[in-house]
Design a protein around this ligand. Structure first.
Ligand code: ADP
Length: 385
C-alpha cells in the first residue's frame, strides 16, 4: 500500500515496453508501478520513478523487490517458475501464479495440458533424437516444425525442417524440443481475455495478427470476415483456458485459422502485442485490465470504440539513419496522418526489434489499414518515392 495515496502498489518484473505501457495505465488509476529492471536504460526504467535494478533470475533480488508490493506480476515469461512458487509460498501475492504461468513458459507442458483439456492443437510430439523426429514425420509428413520448449520468442526457437539431417544441429544443441505438424495456416488470430482471482472474465474482440518472418507486424481488430460463431467460439475457448489453468491477468491465446477450424498455437500470460490496439481502440486497454485483474478489481468493459482498429508495429531496420531522422519523421507523420497515434518505446533501434507501434481507428477496413501501415512504413523507412 502506498501510504500517500492509500492505493495498492503493483510490482512488475521486467522493464520492456509492456511495463512501460502498464505504467502509463497505472498513472490513471492513481498508482505508480514498481518495476524490476535489468538496467536503468530499459524502456520502462527510463520513465517510471519507482525502479529497482536487479536480476529476475535471482530469488534474493525478487524477494527484495517484492517487499512492500501488494501484488507481483510480469512483463515477460522468463522468471524461473520455482522462484515464483517460492515467493507465493512465503505469502507474496503473485499473478499469474506459478502453476498457471508454467503453461506459458514451457510449450511441451502447454501442449500436454491443452491436449488433455480437448483443446484443438496441431499434432505434436516430444522429441529427443533423430529417431523420434523420423517417426513423428512418418505420421504427419515433412516438413515438421521443431520448437524449443522454453525460451523462444518472435520466432526464435522455431525451426522448419525438411529432414532429420536438416535438424541435426538443433537436435544436438541440448535444447528440450517438441515437434509439430506444419499447419496449413489460412491466417493467424488471437483471442485476448483477462481473468481476475475472483473469477471474473472479459474478452476483447478476436483479432487477426499478420506475421512477417515470424514477427507480428500488424493487428486488425476485429479479425476481418470472421463469422460470429467462430469468433464466439474463440473467445469462449480463451476464457475456458483462463479458468481451467487458473490464469490471473491478461491471457493471449494465439490461434491458427485453418480450413478445418481453429488450432491453438501458444499462450501468453501478460499484456500482449496482439492487444496493443486496445489502448485507443477499446473501452478498457489491456494494460488497465491487467492491473484491474491482478489487483482483483472488477474488470472494465472490453468493448471496442470503433468499427475497425489497426495496429502496426515499428520494427527497427538495418540502417541507423532512423534514430537520427526520427524526430523529423515523427513531425511529418503527425502532419500527414493526424489521426494516427504513435507509441515509441524508448528502445535502441536494432534490425527486427519492436521499437514502437502506431494505431489507427475508423469505419472502413481498407482505409484504416492503409493509414496504419503507411504511417508505420514511413516512420521506419522514410519516403520511398
Ligand atoms: P514464438 O514463441 O517464438 O512466438 P511460435 O510458436 O508462436 O513461436 O511460432 C512462431 C511462428 O511460427 C508462428 O506465428 C507461425 O507463423 C509459425 N508456426 C509456429 N508453429 C507452427 C506450426 N505448427 N505450423 C505452421 N507454422 C507454425
Amino acid at each position: 500500500m502506498d501510504e500517500r495515496t492509500g492505493l495498492p502498489i503493483v510490482g512488475m518484473v521486467g522493464a520492456g515496453q509492456l511495463a512501460r505501457m502498464t505504467h502509463q495505465a497505472a498513472i490513471a488509476l492513481g498508482q505508480s508501478l514498481r518495476i524490476l529492471a535489468d538496467s536503468a536504460h530499459d524502456g520502462a526504467a527510463l520513465i517510471a520513478p519507482d525502479v529497482v535494478v536487479g536480476d529476475y533470475r535471482v530469488l534474493e533480488d525478487l524477494h527484495t523487490f517484492a517487499r512492500g508490493c501488494d501484488v507481483l506480476t510480469f512483463d515477460h515469461e522468463h522468471v524461473p517458475n520455482e522462484h515464483i512458487a517460492a515467493l507465493a509460498a512465503e505469502g507474496v501475492a503473485v499473478h499469474p501464479g506459478a502453476a498457471a504461468l508454467r503453461f506459458a513458459q514451457d510449450k511441451q507442458a502447454m501442449r500436454e495440458r491443452l491436449t488433455a483439456m480437448g483443446v484443438p492443437c496441431p499434432r505434436w510430439a516430444p522429441i529427443t533424437d533423430a529417431a523420434d523426429l523420423e517417426s513423428f514425420a512418418a505420421e504427419v509428413g515433412w516438413p515438421v516444425v521443431l520448437k524449443a520448449s522454453t525460451g523462444g520468442y518472435d520466432g526464435k526457437g522455431v525451426w522448419v525442417v525438411g529432414s532429420a539431417d536438416e535438424a541435426q544441429e538443433v537436435l544436438g544443441s541440448g535444447t528440450e524440443l517438441l515437434a509439430e505438424e506444419r499447419v496449413a495456416i489460412v491466417r493467424e488470430l488471437a483471442a485476448d481475455v483477462a481473468r481476475s482471482p475472483f473469477g471474473q472474465g472479459a474478452a476483447w474482440p478476436v483479432v487477426e495478427t499478420v506475421q512477417r518472418d515470424g514477427i507480428n507486424v500488424e493487428v486488425i481488430a476485429p479479425a476481418p470476415d470472421l463469422d460470429d460463431e467462430t469468433a464466439e467460439y474463440a473467445q469462449s475457448l480463451a476464457l475456458r483456458i483462463a479458468a481451467e489453468l487458473g490464469v490471473t491477468g491478461v491471457l493471449a491465446v494465439e490461434l491458427f485459422e485453418t480450413a478445418e477450424g481453429l488450432l491453438v498455437n501458444e499462450l501468453a500470460m501478460r499484456p500482449h502485442n496482439s492487444a496493443h490496439w486496445t489502448i485507443e481502440g477499446a473501452c478498457t486497454s489491456q494494460f488497465e485490465q491487467h492491473l484491474r485483474a491482478v489487483l482483483d478489481y472488477p474488470l472494465g468493459s472490453p468493448a471496442p470504440i470503433a468499427p475497425v482498429v489497426v495496429m502496426a508495429n515499428l520494427l527497427g531496420g538495418p540502417d541507423d539513419v532512423v534514430p537520427k531522422a526520427l524526430d523529423e519523421r515523427v513531425h511529418h507523420l503527425m502532419a500527414h496522418w493526424p489521426d494516427v497515434k504513435i507509441h515509441l518505446y524508448g528502445k535502441q533501434f536494432r534490425p527486427g526489434r519492436k521499437v514502437g507501434h502506431v494505431t489507427a481507428l475508423g469505419a472502413d477496413l481498407a482505409t484504416v489499414r492503409r493509414r496504419a501501415t503507411e504511417a508505420a512504413d514511413y516512420l521506419m523507412n522514410g519516403d520511398r518515392t
